[in-house]
Each structure stands twice: as C-alpha cells, then as structure tokens.
Design a binder for this molecule. Structure first.
Ligand code: ASP
Length: 597
C-alpha cells in the first residue's frame, strides 16, 4: 500500500504497485511518486546504484502502471515532506516492472487545477483517481455500511424489490422499459419501492430497509439525478416517533463515521409553524426565524402604507449585514418574488424615519442589533380568497401562506447573498451548530394543482390523513393534515415519509378525493387495493437520499461529486455516451417505431 509506509518501516523491503503520479528526472537520479488508493510513496532510481533499472525508469511517464520493490529508507532531513503521510521515507528501487503504459491523459489526477466538468465526466475513470474523489467514494461506502450495520442490529432486513415493475406514484415521470415478449407493453423503473415495501409489511417482514436506486424522469434542476439512491425503510405498528427514532439512530451512525457527533432527538416543528416562522417547509435554522410584527403598527400606519390589516407583516432579520447603500438596497429587490400580492419594504431606515415607534417595536420584537439587516414583507390591500376552514393544527390560511412563503424565499436569498457577512454557514467544528436537523410534521394531505385544477397528494396517495380530519376529506381537502413528516438538515430536505393507510375503504376514499374514478384506481393500483384486504397491519416508513447525505458529509457542492458515474443536467452519461439511438433491428423486435423529430 503506497500510502502506508512510515519511518518505522525503514530497512524493510517494500512492494509497491500503482500508477506513476509524478516523475522528476534529475539525470543520475529519477524520482517517481507511485500512487494507489491509499496514497503515494516516493521511489528513487539511482544510476550509480543500478544503471539498468535507472534506464528502465527513464521510460516511465504519467499514469503508467508499475510494480516496484526496494528498501524503505529514511529521507535526509531537508527532503522530508511534511504534507504527505509518507513524507519521511522513500523507497530505493531494486526491481521495476511496467504492467502497462498510458497515453498522456487529458488531465492528471494530481493536477491542482481541475478541468471543466464535462471533461471530468467524459474521462470519469481518470477523475475518480483523484484524491478527493477516492475519499468521497470511500466515505460513501462507509456511510452506507454504517447505516446497514445500524439497521441490521435493530432487526431490519434488507430486502430487494424489482427494478422492472409498474408505474408508482411519486409524482414524477416514469422511465419505461419496453417488453419484447409482450409488444406494446412496458415496465416502469420504480420511482421508489413504495408499494413493494408496503406489501412486505402485509407479507410479515415487519422491519424492512433497502439502500436502493430509484428512477425519476424529471427536468433536472441543479441538484437532481435521474437515478439516485435512497435509504428506504418501512415498519409495522409504528407511531411516527418510532420511525424518527430509527432515522436519528442511523444518521447518528452515519455522521459518526464521518467524525461528527450529532445530537438527538432532533427538534420538531409542524408544517404550519415552519411556514409561519421560516416561510418554508424545510427551514434553515442557522439564521434567525422570521417574526410577525403586524402588532407593531397601528391601524393608521397600515392604512398609510397600503398594507392589509388582516395579513401577516413579516420581518426578516439577517445578522451582521451592516448598513446598506442605496445601490445595495436596489439589489435586494430582484431577489424578491412576490406571490399572491406580497410586497416588500427593503428600506427599513426610511420606515424608521416615518414610523419611529413601530420601527422601535420591530427592533425589539425581532431582537435586531444595530448592524442587522431588517426587511419587511407583507401583503397588499387585498387578501386572497380563503378556501379552507382549518385542520387539526392552528393552520396557516392560504392568503397568509403567500406572504410567508414569499418572505421565506427572500430570507434564503438574502442569507446566501450575505453569507460572508453573517458567517452562519461556516463550519464551526461543533456539530450542534453545524448540522441543524429538524423534523417537520403534520403536512397538508393535499395540494391544489393549479394547472390540473384538482387536488393532488402532497406526499403520495398512500399517506394516512390525521384521524381527526377524516371527515373533511371531501368537504374541505385543504384542511386535511397528513401523518407525514420530513427530516430537514440546514434547509435541505433529507427525506420524507409517513404513516400509511392500512385500510382499503380509506385508501379508496383518498383515490376518490384525488379525482380518480373507481375504474382508474383499480386499473392502476388494483393489486394493491386487493392486498390491503388480506389483513394489513398498520405501518409507516420513510426514505432518505443517500447521495445528499454523503454530499453534505463530504462538504461537496454537487451530488455529482459523490456519485461514481453521474449524469449531467441533461441526463446524459458522458463517459458511456448514453442515451443513444438503437438499431432498427432492435426496435423492430420491440415493436417500436421512432418518429422523426
Ligand atoms: N416513497 C417515498 C418517497 O420516495 C418515501 C416514503 O414515503 O417512504 O418519497
């Protein structure tokens, strides 16, 4: 192992196999750094000691694959390299074998400046030789192993479910696989093993997990991959808290592997609270929450400002931003996307001039220091239509929702813009501050799909509504809360899950509430509705994104840094060049004709 030799190995014989990482030819002496997964060791070929082997070494070039044997020697003091673990020794070569040559690679694993990402993905095998990538892939292995070990010790079985299956309802488009044997029929690649894991509960495997690939054909936003890996689990008879405990357990194990002791249990917050305090269902709690400061204003103030007295008036505070120039204030405006008539007051100084008392109360309520940035988001004069009567929790009305979520988006945009000033995103080494976990609970059961003019499942249609809200399924869908939960870390959703419906009559009702006819429900999910009729235990579960967890632990900027062979934002694998057209013969066999576009 090239990275394992130390000063204490001096005098020992060493056998090194690996790549030529770097070659320095000083004439009579040639230095070769040999690299493998574990690191590099410097090998010395001395012409005076052995002219033949020195001659052979002069043929070596970058990325040749070689074997060297020789003696480990302490380096003379002024050639010690403190930057690498093997920096105190070198190997004096006695034998050299060249296993293989290499063309000059388009870039070198040791280069300090990275080529562009297209190049890295096309020559992924070379990119993966880089130290950083070797570490990321090792971390991924260790994290997955820690999770497996933890869950197995808790009595979970890892059980495989099919990749060639039928459409599942996670809400994205399916990847389809044509059947040759039954022309015109298609398998769908699973968007998740949702129905299979529920069926495993019906089958008596009361604790299931799987680290599993899922496939979703979505327009790729920056941080998505068409195939990605979930830590998927399901258990019978759990309260939500039991599922959370299991997740906290395996996350603790995973983070420990990467050297971080996280604190459990994670705090919990209802969806409504998250919207009210953070304007988001995935709050980033590293920065202060928002404050409703409507009461700081008199009715007259609000009228002068043309602000609705019934809508929230939300103050966003970003610490330590300091005084902003007019130009800087102007830069804030484009960061604001007004939903449903929300409006922005970005000039707090001016507000202060005209409404001295209100501004003083806002400072007090928000706890703002003199150098904190304060901006106010509120609604215009006309509150929107309010469709719902309210569910199990104090509920955020739809028209308030627009104000809160507009403010929440601005809060995050400001947090990113002024990251250097507030410093809240910098790692401190204290896991309690660096990793702000949170459970968000009591999600709405349905979301109104404006395009389709219908209610859609906010999570998926197998999620159980709150017992108290069952009677509102038809009359007031917006008010129905679900037994659904998300686990959030630093403003990123790591995973989501729910307690499921285990009764066939309720499952039918939900399909109905989603506008599915009996026939449609039977055509899509008939097998599942039938299975529910054969003694289904109450059950629930969750799925977390493994790629994202590893990305956060690796401190990487993109999922592509922790997936060995990822796809580009256009869903292309640049290394193998997929997808590609296929031959006429292959299409014919499948009974498929491709239209010219
Ligand atoms: N199948 C769900 C998803 O992938 C997770 C769950 O409900 O367990 O989002």
């Amino acid at each position: 192992m090239c990275g394992a030799l130390r000063a204490s190995d001096s005098g020992q014989k060493a056998v090194l196999m690996g790549w030529v990482n770097r070659r320095r030819d000083l004439g009579n002496i040639i230095f070769i750094d040999v690299r493998d997964r574990s690191g590099i060791t410097q090998v010395v070929f001395n012409k005076e000691r052995d002219a033949a082997i020195h001659e052979k070494a002069s043929q070596l070039r970058n990325e040749y694959v070689i074997a060297v044997t020789g003696k480990v020697k302490q380096r003379v003091p002024d050639t010690i390299n403190k930057n690498i673990a093997t920096g105190e020794i070198e190997v004096a070569a006695d034998e050299l074998r060249i296993f293989n040559e290499s063309k000059q690679p388009p870039f070198l694993p040791g280069d300090s400046i990275l080529p562009n990402e297209e190049m890295r993905l096309k020559y992924r095998y070379i990119d993966l030789r880089r130290d950083a990538m070797q570490q990321n892939i090792e971390l991924r292995h260790k994290v997955a192993l820690a999770i497996r070990d933890y869950l197995s010790a808790q009595g979970f079985f890892e059980i495989e479910t099919p990749f060639m299956t039928r459409s599942t309802p996670e809400g994205a488009r399916d990847y389809l696989v044509p059947s040759r044997v039954q022309p015109g029929s298609f398998y769908a690649l699973p968007q998740s093993p949702q129905l299979f894991k529920q069926i495993l509960m019906i089958s008596g495997f009361d604790k299931y997990f799987q680290i599993v690939r899922c496939f979703r054909d979505e327009d790729l936003r920056a941080d998505r991959q068409p195939e990605f890996t979930q830590i998927d689990l399901e258990m019978s008879y759990p309260q939500p808290e039991r599922v959370w405990e299991v997740v906290e357990g395996f996350l603790t194990a995973a983070f420990k592997t990467a050297g971080h002791e996280i604190k459990t249990p994670f705090p919990r917050m209802s969806y409504d609270e998250a919207i009210r305090l953070y304007g988001s269902d995935k709050p980033d709690m590293r920065l202060p929450a928002m404050t409703d400061v409507r009461e700081a204003f008199t009715a007259e103030n609000l009228a002068t400002l043309a602000v609705s007295p019934t809508l929230p008036v939300v103050a966003i505070r970003i610490p330590k931003v300091g005084e902003l120039s007019r130009k800087e204030r102007d830069e804030i405006k484009p960061l604001f996307t007004a939903k449903g008539g929300a409006k922005l007051f970005e000039d707090f100084k001016r507000l202060e001039k005209n409404f001295l008392e209100a501004a003083a109360r806002i400072r007090e309520k928000t706890g703002a220091e003199a150098d904190d940035l304060l901006v106010i988001v509120t609604g215009d004069g006309k509150p929107g239509e309010h469709k719902s009567e309210g569910g199990v929790k104090p509920e955020v009305k739809q028209h308030d929702h627009a104000v809160h979520t507009s403010a929440g988006l601005l809060r995050i945009a400001l947090a990113q813009k002024y990251a250097a000033k507030h410093g809240a995103f910098l790692k401190t080494g204290d896991p309690r501050r660096d990793f702000r976990f949170l459970w968000v609970t009591d999600f709405p059961m349905f979301e109104y799909d404006e395009e389709g003019h219908r209610w859609a499942a906010a999570h998926h249609p197998f999620t159980s509504p709150h017992e108290h809200d069952m009677d509102k399924l038809e009359s007031d869908p917006a008010a129905v809360r679900a037994l659904a939960y998300d686990v959030v870390l630093n403003g990123t959703e790591l995973g989501s899950g729910s307690i499921r419906i285990h009764r066939q009559d309720i499952q039918r009702k939900i399909f109905h509430a989603l506008g599915m006819t009996e026939d449609e429900a039977r055509a899509r999910f008939g097998f599942f509705l039938e299975a529910l009729e054969y003694g289904t235990p109450p059950h629930g579960g969750i799925a977390l994104g493994l790629d994202r967890i590893v990305m956060i632990l690796a401190g990487a900027e993109s999922l592509r840094e922790v997936i060995p062979f990822p796809k580009t934002a256009r869903a292309v694998d640049l290394m193998v060049d997929a997808p590609t057209p296929v031959s006429e013969a292959q299409l014919k066999e499948l009974g498929i004709q491709v239209k010219k576009v």
